[in-house]
Write a protein that binds this ligand. Structure first.
Ligand code: NAG
Length: 991
C-alpha cells in the first residue's frame, strides 16, 4: 500500500509531526509521478547502452570488439570454457572475460560471462567504499534450485578456426554455433535458427577501469532533451567507449537530488538477443502492458522507453506503459506457430529491455516457414555477470517447465489461500473485524481471510498491537477460527527507529540491518518515520527474524494468523526513486545495486521460513503475500499487482498482468479487487468481483481514504450478484486447487492464455483478455468495460462449447469470435467439450468448512460424443504430508463408446500401497455424490438408474435425463447418489 499525494515519493522529511501527518492527512488520489522514476536517458548505463546500440546499428562497418581466443577454449562434460578478449581502444589493449557455455540435461543452454578478477590494489574503489570488488555472482545462489546437471551427451559436432558447433538437447536436435570473431552464438533447433546472441553486435561489458583524473575539458554537447545532472563530472577518462556515449555518468550519477557514489565505476552489461522469425514475445513482468510485448523504440503505437525491471513503489501506476512496477522476472518467451523458445536473464540489478520487431528480408527461413518478422531484444543491466539461460522449446509448456526446473515451482498453498480475502487499510479495531466477519455470514458471502494493514500496530512498530483498538487479538482470532477463517497481519521490512522498541534494539545490537555506503546502519523514512531495514541476505538476520514470529514473541497471533509483506522493494520514502541508495551495503558487502531486485524475495523468504518455526513440532504450509518479487518468488507465496486504482482500465489491465505472471513461472497472483485507490461505483465493483474470482489470488482491498466497500454494502441487486460470484469461486475450489497442484508439479500456469493452450492458432497469439482455468476446459472472459452487456469470445478450436450456466451449445466456429450475452448478473464462462472437472456445491462460509463435503463432477462431453477427461487433486490443504503420499490424485474418464465413466489413480499408484494417515482415512467418508453429464449421450436417455462399481461392490445410482431443448440447450443427465468414495477407483456403467 502507499500513501497518495504529496507525501509520497521524494520528499524531504524535515521536522516535526511526520507521524501525525502520515496517519491523518490524505489527499485525493493523483496518478503516479512519472518524473519520480527514471527514464532510460536518466539512467547512465541505460543511456550508454542505447547510445552504443545506435552507434553500432548506424555504422555499416561496426564490428563487435569481442573475440573468443580459440586456443583458450576447451569443451568437457557438457561445458565449453574459453576467454573472450574485449578490445578497449585503438592501441589494441584488451581485457579478459572468461566465458562458460553450459549444456544442461534438460536441454537448456546457459551462457555466463565474467570479468577476470583484478590483482589486489589494481583498481582502488573510490570514496573509500567497503563495497566488494567483484562482479556480483550470487544471483544463482538465491534463484536457482535445480536443473543445473550438465548434459554429458552434448558433443562438439565440428570445430575450426572460426567457430565451434555443439549438438545437445533431448534428441540431440539442438545446436549452438559459437562464432569466435566477433563472438556470437546461434541457437538452432532441427537446423533452424531460433535465438541469436550478439547478432547485432550490441554485446557490451563495461569492464572495470581505474578512474583517470584529467584536466577539465570542454563539456560535451548535450543531446536534445537530455537533462543536466547535478554533480557533473569535471574529470574525464581515457576514451574507450564508442563515440556518442555519454560518459558523464560513469563515476557518479544524480537523480532527484540523490547522488549515487558508484564506487566501482561503470560495470554494466548489455546484449542483443534476437528471436529469429518470431513476431511475439511475452514475459518480463511486471508491467501494466499487453501480454504480447510492444516495441520500445518509438513509432506509432509503440513505446519510447525500454521495459524496465527495477522493483519500485510505483503506486497508482499508469496503464499501457513499460515503466517498472513492484516486481521483476527477467524471463521472456518468444512464440510463433510451430515454435516457442525463451531466455532467462539471471541478473538482479536494474535492468532494461528494448524490443524491436524487424521485417527480415534476408531471413533464411524463407525456405520453409512463412514468418519473416524477427524480434530483436536488447538487454541491459547495471552490474553483475552476464548470465543467460536459453530454452529451445518447442512448445510453450516446454519453455515454462524448463524454466521452472531452474527457479522452482509455485508453492503448494494453504487451501484457504484460494478462497476470498477481505482486506482494507484498515479495519480499525478487533470489533470492526468481528463485525465484518458476522456481516459476511449474514449476507451469505463466503470468505476465508480477513486482513489487517499497518494501523493495527502500536505506532507502526511491527510485532506489536495498538492496545486501544485491538484489545483482544486472540479473541478476534478465535472468532475467526470458529468460522474456519484466518487473519493476515502486515509485517514490513522497515523497523521503526525509536527508543524502547526491543525489535529495533536487537536489529542494531546484532548488526543485522542494511548498511549505508560508509558501512554504518542505513537510516531512511517509511511508514513509521525514521527506520532501519532488516538485511535478509544475512543468514543471521533470517534466523533472528524467525524468532520474532514465535507465538510466544508475537503475542496476539495464533495458528490462524498469517503474514503480508509489503513495501519490500524496498520502499524508502526519501530514497532515490522511492527506494534504497544503490551504494548501500548488504551481507558480504555487496552493493544494493547488485541485489536490488532480489531484496524483496529474500525478505519474503525469511518470513516464509519464520512461519515454519512458530512453534516446535508445528509444520504447516505458510501463507505469505509479497509485493516485491523476483524469479524464484513463486516458491514462497502469493503476489499481487500492487496499488491499482478503482477504474475500469485497471480492471481490464489486470488480466494481461496476471497472465504474464503465469507464463513467467509465478501464477499465484491477483490484482486488488475494486481497485486500491478511489471509490468504485457499484457496477465496477460488481464486475470486479465477477472477474476477480478468476485471479489465482483473490483479494478485495481498499485505501484508507476510500469509502467502506465490503461486498455486502452494495445493496440489491449487487449483493446477490456478488454473493453468486463468490459462491462460483467456492464451488470450483477443488478445480482451482487441482490447477495449483499442477503448477506446483511443473510450473504450468493456472490461468492460461490462448497462445499457451493453442500454440498453432495464430489468431489467438495476442489475445490477453480471455483464458482457460487449469485443465478444466473452462474458458472465461470477464467483463471489464463499463456498460458492457456482452463479450466476444474468440474460439480457438473445433470443439463444442457449452455455456457454463445454461448448458446451451454455443454456435461457434474455430478462429471466429462469438458474442455471449453478459448482463450484470452474468459471468461469461464456457465449458469446452472433452473435460471433467470437480466442484463442491454445498454453500458454506469458508473453504475450511467444506473440507469433508462430497464432490460433484461435471462432464462436458466432446463434440463427437465420445470423450471427456479430467483430474482432481486433494490433500489436507495445510501440512506437508502430501510430500509423503498423503493425497488423492484422480483421473476421471468418460468413454462414450464403452458407455462408462471411470475414476483411476492419476499416477497409476496402487491405492492399497499407501499407508493412510488420519486425513486419508477420513476421506473414505467423502464421495463423488453427483455427476452432471453435459452433452449427455442418448444411451443415458432411457435410463432411470446406472450401476456403480467400486471396491468389489456394486450398487445403482439414479439418473435424471433432460433431452436437448429447442432453446439450444444440450442434452444433459444428472446422476445422483453416486456415493463412490472420491479416493478409490470406481466405474459407472451406462451401457
Ligand atoms: C530462504 O531462507 C532459507 C532459510 O534461511 C535459506 O536457506 C535460503 O537460501 C533462502 N532463500 C532465499 C531466496 O532467500
Amino acid at each position: 500500500m502507499h500513501l497518495s499525494g504529496p507525501l509520497s515519493g521524494k520528499w524531504t522529511v524535515t521536522s516535526l509531526g511526520l507521524l501525525s501527518i502520515l496517519s491523518t492527512v490524505f489527499t485525493p488520489a493523483v496518478a503516479v509521478k512519472e518524473h519520480d522514476f527514471k527514464k532510460c536517458h536518466q539512467s547512465g548505463f541505460c543511456s550508454r547502452n542505447r547510445a552504443f546500440a545506435d552507434h553500432a546499428l548506424a555504422a555499416s562497418s561496426w564490428q563487435s570488439p569481442y573475440t573468443i581466443l580459440p586456443e583458450s577454449g576447451a569443451f568437457k562434460d557438457g561445458q565449453y570454457q574459453a576467454t573472450i578478449l574485449k578490445t578497449i581502444n585503438d592501441q589494441g589493449e584488451t581485457v579478459r572475460l572468461p566465458i562458460t557455455i553450459s549444456f544442461l540435461e534438460s536441454g537448456t543452454g546457459r551462457v555466463t560471462v565474467d570479468e577476470e578478477k583484478r590483482q589486489k590494489g589494481e583498481i582502488e574503489l573510490r570514496h573509500n567504499s567497503k563495497a566488494r570488488k567483484e562482479r556480483y555472482n550470487e544471483a544463482e545462489k538465491w534463484v536457482i534450485v535445480g536443473g543445473l546437471g550438465l548434459d554429458k551427451k552434448a558433443k562438439v559436432e565440428s570445430q575450426d578456426k572460426t567457430q565451434l558447433t555443439v549438438k545437445y538437447g533431448p534428441s540431440s536436435n539442438f545446436e549452438a554455433i559459437i562464432k569466435f570473431s566477433p563472438f556470437s552464438i546461434d541457437f538452432k533447433r532441427d537446423g533452424i535458427s531460433q535465438i541469436k546472441f550478439n547478432d547485432q553486435g550490441l554485446l557490451n561489458i563495461e569492464h572495470w577501469r581505474p578512474k583517470i583524473e584529467k584536466a577539465p575539458e570542454p563539456e560535451p554537447e548535450k543531446k536534445e532533451g537530455e537533462e543536466t545532472t547535478e554533480g557533473e563530472q569535471k574529470e574525464e577518462e581515457k576514451k574507450e567507449e564508442p563515440q556518442g556515449v555519454d560518459e558523464s555518468t560513469l563515476w557518479e550519477e544524480t537523480f532527484g537530488g540523490n547522488t549515487d557514489s558508484k564506487p566501482r565505476g561503470p560495470e554494466s552489461i548489455g546484449l542483443d538477443i534476437s528471436f529469429v522469425g518470431f513476431e511475439h514475445v511475452f514475459g518480463i513482468p511486471s508491467h501494466a502492458s499487453s501480454l504480447s510485448l510492444k516495441q520500445t523504440r518509438g513509432g506509432e503505437g509503440n513505446y519510447e522507453e525500454p521495459y524496465r525491471l527495477y522493483n519500485a513503489d510505483v503506486f497508482e501506476y499508469i496503464l499501457d506503459s513499460p515503466m517498472t512496477l513492484y516486481g521483476a522476472i527477467p524471463f521472456m518467451q518468444a512464440h510463433r506457430k510451430g515454435s516457442s523458445v525463451g531466455v532467462f536473464w539471471l541478473n538482479a540489478a536494474e535492468t532494461w529491455v528494448d524490443v524491436v520487431k524487424a521485417k527480415d528480408s534476408k531471413n533464411p527461413l524463407a525456405l520453409g516457414l512463412g514468418s519473416k518478422t524477427t524480434t530483436r531484444t536488447h538487454w541491459m543491466s547495471e552490474s553483475g555477470l552476464l548470465d543467460v539461460f536459453v530454452f529451445l522449446g518447442p512448445t510453450p509448456k516446454d519453455v515454462v517447465t524448463k524454466y521452472a526446473e531452474l527457479t522452482g515451482t509455485t508453492t503448494m498453498p494453504q487451501e484457504f489461500a484460494l478462497g476470498y480475502h477481505q482486506c482494507r487499510w484498515n479495519y480499525v479495531s478487533d470489533e470492526d473485524v468481528k463485525d465484518v466477519d458476522r456481516k459476511m455470514d449474514k449476507f451469505k458471502m463466503p470468505y476465508d481471510v480477513i486482513w489487517l494493514d499497518i494501523e493495527y500496530t502500536d505506532e507502526k512498530k511491527y510485532f506489536t498491537w495498538d492496545q486501544h483498538s485491538f484489545k483482544d487479538p486472540i479473541g478476534m482470532g478465535e472468532q475467526l477460527a470458529n468460522h474456519g477463517r484466518q487473519l493476515v497481519t502486515i509485517i514490513d521490512p522497515h523497523i521503526k527507529n525509536v527508543d524502547n522498541y526491543p525489535v529495533v534494539a536487537e536489529l542494531k545490537s546484532k548488526e543485522l540491518a542494511v548498511k549505508n555506503k560508509e558501512g554504518s546502519i542505513f537510516e531512511g523514512w517509511c511508514w513509521p518515520g525514521s527506520s532501519h531495514w532488516i538485511d535478509a541476505f544475512n543468514p543471521k538476520a533470517r534466523e533472528w527474524w524467525a524468532s520474532l514470529f514465535k507465538y510466544t514473541s508475537f503475542k496476539g497471533t495464533r495458528e490462524n494468523t498469517w503474514i503480508w509483506n509489503d513495501m519490500n522493494e524496498p520502499s524508502v520514502f526519501n530514497g532515490p526513486e522511492v527506494t534504497m541508495p544503490k551504494d548501500n551495503l548488504h551481507d558480504g558487502n555487496w552493493e544494493h545495486r547488485d541485489v536490488h531486485n532480489l531484496n524483496g524475495m529474500t525478505f519474503n523468504n525469511a518470513t516464509f521460513h519464520a512461519l515454519k518455526s512458530r512453534k516446535p513440532g508445528e509444520l504447516r504450509r505458510p501463507f505469505v503475500l509479497t509485493r516485491a518479487f523476483f524469479a524464484g518468488s513463486q516458491r514462497i507465496g502469493a503476489m499481487w499487482t500492487g496499488d491499482n486504482m478503482a477504474e475500469w482500465g485497471h480492471l481490464k489491465a489486470s488480466f494481461p498482468m496476471v497472465l504474464s505472471q503465469g507464463i513467467s513461472g509465478y501464477p499465484f497472483s491477483g490484482a486488488d479487487v475494486g481497485g486500491f485507490f478511489g471509490n468504485p461505483d457499484k457496477d465496477l465493483l460488481t464486475r470486479w468481483y465477477q472477474a476477480g474470482i478468476f485471479y489465482p489470488f483473490f483479494r478485495g482491498h481498499a485505501h484508507i481514504d476510500a469509502r467502506r466497500r465490503e461486498p455486502y454494502l452494495m445493496g440489491e441487486p449487487y449483493n446477490t450478484i456478488i454473493a453468486a460470484a463468490l459462491r462460483l469461486r467456492y464451488s470450483l475450489l477443488p478445480s482451482w486447487y487441482t490447477a495449483f497442484h499442477q503448477a506446483h508439479v511443473d510450473g504450468t500456469p493456472i490461468i492460461k492464455p490462448m497462445f499457451y493452450t493453442h500454440p498453432s492458432e495464430e489468431g489467438g497469439l495476442a489475445i490477453d483478455d480471455q483464458f482457460f482455468v487449469g485443465n478444466t476446459g473452462l474458458l472465461a472472459k470477464p467483463v471489464t468495460e463499463q456498460d458492457k452487456e456482452s463479450v466476444d469470445i474468440w474460439i480457438p478450436d473445433n470443439e463444442v462449447y457449452y455455456d457454463y450456466f445454461t448448458y446451451n451449445i454455443i454456435p461457434t466456429s474455430k478462429g471466429k469470435s462469438v458474442t455471449i450475452d453478459a448482463p450484470m448478473d452474468k459471468i461469461p464462462l464456457l465449458m469446452q467439450g472433452g473435460h471433467i472437472f470437480a466442484r463442491r456445491d454445498i454453500p458454506r462460509r469458508s473453504s475450511t468448512l467444506m473440507k469433508w463435503d462430497d464432490y460433484t463432477l461435471v462432464v462436458s462431453v466432446s463434440k463427437d460424443g465420445k470423450h471427456a477427461e479430467g483430474d482432481l487433486y486433494v490433500d489436507d490443504g495445510d501440512s506437508y504430508d502430501f510430500e509423503k503420499g498423503q493425497y488423492i490424485n484422480r483421473k476421471f474418464v468418460f468413454d462414450g463408446s464403452a458407455k462408462t465413466i471411470v475414476s483411476i489413480d492419476a499416477e497409476g499408484r496402487e491405492t492399497k500401497s499407501i499407508k493412510e494417515g488420519e486425513w486419508l482415512k477420513k476421506m473414505h467418508g467423502v464421495s463423488v455424490d453427483k455427476i452432471i453429464v453435459v452433452g449427455a449421450p442418448a444411451s443415458l436417455a432411457g435410463k432411470k438408474e446406472v450401476s456403480v462399481e467400486s471396491g468389489g461392490k456394486s450398487w445403482s445410482a439414479s439418473v435424471e435425463y433432460n433431452a436437448a431443448a429447442s432453446s439450444g440447450r444440450a442434452a444433459f443427465a444428472v446422476i445422483k447418489k453416486v456415493a463412490a468414495p472420491v479416493g478409490a477407483d470406481f466405474k459407472i456403467n451406462f451401457a
